[in-house]
Design a binder for this molecule. Structure first.
Ligand code: BGC
Length: 759
């Protein structure tokens, strides 16, 4: 392939501010920096600003389009005035856009092509919240790797993933896109995903650049309402929101995306403290920040900027390097420099960062590197589906299993499969489905039919429908509230069966961006259907297909078996059948608390104790007096077809001195009669600190697989680092004093030890 920049000679290196001394700088880094400076020095101001502009390709709009029409976009592309594009799908399309840029522009800087590859490109994996329930980091890395391979085969070299916003609110539609409520677990997932997408070498044409988003606080929108204000202080910011981002930055994520929300009154997109001081300063991260869709110009309705030019000024100062389809940078930056309102050095910093990523991706060696037409024929879709099934079954969480309904016994020879999602091949694909095709998943009905014994009869009734009419990312969703005509048939089928598999939950487009809900129960007529069926046959296995935690209190009291199956992607129905029929013993654990009532939201296990924790004597303690305290199903919870017993944990020493490590060991025994996998979880509690600390915080976990009767001792290294937090003195440190260490199979059911830490 053609090398570019034939007209640009590489000049000597400029600033290498990232390293303390030039002798610390590896030669490969020096090389990239030298090239970056060289290119930069040959660019006009207009071309530099151009690098900071990202255009949507109009193939797949994910937000309101900017005023620049397509013809103008093409002209800008030809003039080398666009840094990257999003939603340009297919090798033909990206090649054409790259060609327009490379063959016509003076400066010849290759474009990057971004896309929301959130849980798979064509082979769809579980939605991220569901996948996190596997707690299987290797699996999560492999789904990202597969997504990368399928993406590059379609010309995409940059994904806007992983979303690592901590979210504690089931009302927030985008909770499905993240890893739930825990900073430690989300940090681990962040690193696994970055590794999966980027591999070890960004220039490998089978990897794509990743994006840590949304920086920051987006998941803590007030009231769980998307785009709403975030009102948190330093403690929450540093101890809850930032750790996954810091982990992603340390893992070398190529880009960050900022967020739509304000934090304490300042739009994140305009936050100097987040982007310049913390991300690029304290963390020394050298990638670039792309804005969220139009989030620079959205500082105008926020009431933070008076017009696009003002918004551009604020954003560039704050460290937002690229303007996603917002039109603010192209409208304002040149003028701002000319008027002396911003220093060109700010522009240089942004462009340097963008060029650095492009060099690392190998785009300057070959701008068409990620546009290999032949790759598409070599994609091992069958293999990818196998991995998708494997991850999907690992993501399923068994919430309840009474009357020994599961796994389904061989003696059950007549199963009624009922519900609006039972034969739905679309909902498991979920929102943010990239190129996952409509109706391309295996439904539960199909999965069961594929797997049951020949003499097992399966009947089906939809009962009621859920989402009505055409559905898509941007379209409001209509839920059926009135058509009950299918209920009698469902009741009849239930009467005639030994077992009912009831498949309920959420439509694919009930969760996702702009899909916050004030209610998180089973929408439409689903509860009515469930109750009618339960009156005639109480042998019900309820399978839930959903993106957010649901309020299922009635079901938990009245239905004997409940399986949380999320939106599991392409292989959904097969994976669910694997679990229902006992071919796979469920091992998933909730990454998020399930509420008894939506009124408890935000709900999270790692809350503060308050001055008035639980009391049997008085009503004047922190609780809701009209419902039972605590979640319906806690963080970390999930059953198995076997039982795991935890012996008393032991510490190698009850005192930890600064700079030393000690070991916590705990023996786990599989006391049942089938093989199973357990996620052994370690929590800590800092009893007295300079800031009130959560009652529990996850600090370690390990997956152990045990045969029937088998035992294993799991060891956790307890280090000073594990006890650290962002303290009142504004730094990460462990403070001397008493700690509790807790081990168990979920966040509520733990065995506790005391530890004394001395600095
Ligand atoms: C979302 C981002 C997404 C972007 C591009 C925005 O509306 O908030 O997460 O990456 O659109 O599609």
């Amino acid at each position: 392939m053609k090398k570019i920049l034939t007209t640009i000679t590489f000049l000597t290196m400029g600033t290498l501010g990232l390293f303390a001394q030039s002798s610390d700088i590896p030669s490969s880094v020096k090389d990239v920096e030298r090239k970056v400076d060289s290119v930069l020095s040959q660019m006009t101001l207009e071309e530099k600003v151009g690098q900071m502009v990202q255009y949507n390709g109009s193939w797949d709009l994910t937000g309101p389009a900017s005023g620049t029409d397509n013809k103008q976009k093409e002209e800008r592309l030809k003039n080398g005035l666009v840094g990257s594009m999003l939603n340009v799908i297919s090798v033909e399309a990206t090649r054409e856009a790259q060609r327009l840029n490379m063959e016509n522009s003076r400066i010849k800087i290759p474009l990057m092509f971004g896309y929301d590859v959130i849980h798979g490109y064509k082979t769809i994996f579980p939605v991220p919240l569901g996948e996190t329930a596997s707690w299987d980091l290797e699996a999560m890395e492999s789904s990202a790797r597969i997504a990368a391979i399928e993406s590059v085969a379609h010309g995409i070299n940059w994904t806007f993933s992983p979303m690592i916003d901590i979210s504690r609110d089931a009302r927030w539609g985008r909770i499905m896109e993240g890893s739930g409520e825990d900073p430690y677990l989300t940090s681990k997932v962040a690193v696994a995903k970055v590794k999966g997408y980027q591999g070890d070498d960004l220039s490998n044409p089978k990897t794509i650049a990743a994006t840590a988003k949304h920086f920051a606080g987006y998941g803590l929108a007030e009231g769980g309402k998307d785009y709403n204000a975030v009102n948190i202080g330093k403690n929450e910011l540093h101890n809850v929101v930032l750790p996954p981002f810091h982990a992603a930055a340390d893992a070398g994520v190529a880009t960050f995306m900022n967020s739509f929300n304000t934090i304490d009154g300042v739009p994140a997109t305009g936050s100097e403290s987040l982007q310049r001081e913390i991300l690029k300063g304290d963390w020394n991260w050298n990638g670039f920040v792309v804005s969220d869709w139009g989030s620079i110009a959205e500082m105008i309705p926020h009431g933070f900027a008076k017009d696009k030019i003002h918004a551009a000024q604020i954003a560039v100062k704050a460290g937002s390097d690229m303007d996603m389809e917002g039109g603010a940078y192209e409208a304002g930056l040149q003028q701002l420099v000319a008027e002396g309102k911003i220093d060109e050095a700010l522009i240089d910093d942004a462009v340097r960062r963008i060029l650095r990523v492009k060099f690392k991706m190998g785009l300057f060696d070959d701008p068409y590197r990620y546009m290999d037409e032949d790759l598409i024929n070599s994609i091992a879709y069958d293999e990818h589906r196998k991995t998708a099934r494997d991850i999907a079954k690992k993501s399923i969480v068994l919430l309840k299993n009474e009357k020994n309904l599961l796994p389904i016994a061989n003696s059950v020879n007549k199963i009624a499969v009922i519900g609006p999602l039972a034969d739905d091949r679309d909902t498991p694909i979920g929102n943010w489905r990239a190129q996952g095709e409509t109706n391309s998943a295996v439904s539960v009905l199909e999965g069961l039919k594929n797997a049951v014994a020949e003499n097992t009869e399966i009947t089906y009734s939809k009962g009621v429908s859920l989402g009505e009419g055409e559905r898509s990312f941007l379209m409001p969703l209509e839920i059926n509230e009135t058509d009950r005509s299918g209920i009698p048939d469902a009741v009849e089928k239930a009467k005639q069966a030994n077992l009912v598999v009831m498949v309920l939950g959420e439509d694919a487009f009930q969760s996702g961006e702009g899909r916050s809900q004030a209610n998180v129960g089973l929408a439409g007529l689903q509860m009515e259907l469930l109750k009618e069926v339960q009156k005639v046959n109480s042998n019900i296995v309820l399978v839930l297909i959903n993106g957010r935690p649901l309020e299922i209190t009635w079901a938990s009291e009245n239905i004997p078996a409940i399986v949380e199956a999320w939106q599991l992607g392409t292989e959904s129905g097969n994976a669910i059948a694997d679990v229902l029929l006992g071919k796979y013993n469920p091992s998933g654990k909730l990454p998020v608390s399930f509420p008894r009532s939506v009124g408890q939201e935000p709900l999270y296990y790692n809350h503060l104790n308050t001055g008035r924790p639980y009391s049997e004597q008085h009503v004047t303690y922190a609780h809701y007096s009209d419902i039972e305290n605590g979640p319906l199903y806690p963080f970390g919870y999930g059953l198995s077809y076997t039982d795991f017993e935890y012996a008393e944990p032991e510490l190698s020493s009850s005192t930890l001195n600064a700079g030393e490590d000690i070991t916590l060991s705990v023996q786990i025994t599989n006391s049942g009669d089938v093989k199973g996998k357990e996620v052994v979880q370690l929590y800590i509690h800092d009893l007295v600190a300079s800031l009130a600390r959560p009652v529990k915080e996850l600090k370690g976990f390990e997956l152990v697989e045990l045969g029937p009767g088998e035992s294993k001792t799991v060891e956790f290294t307890i280090s000073e680092e594990m006890l650290e937090f962002y303290s009142a003195s504004g730094k990460w440190e462990a403070e001397s004093g008493e700690f509790e260490l807790m081990v168990g199979g979920n966040s509520e059911d733990v065995k506790t030890l005391k530890l004394n830490y001395q600095k």
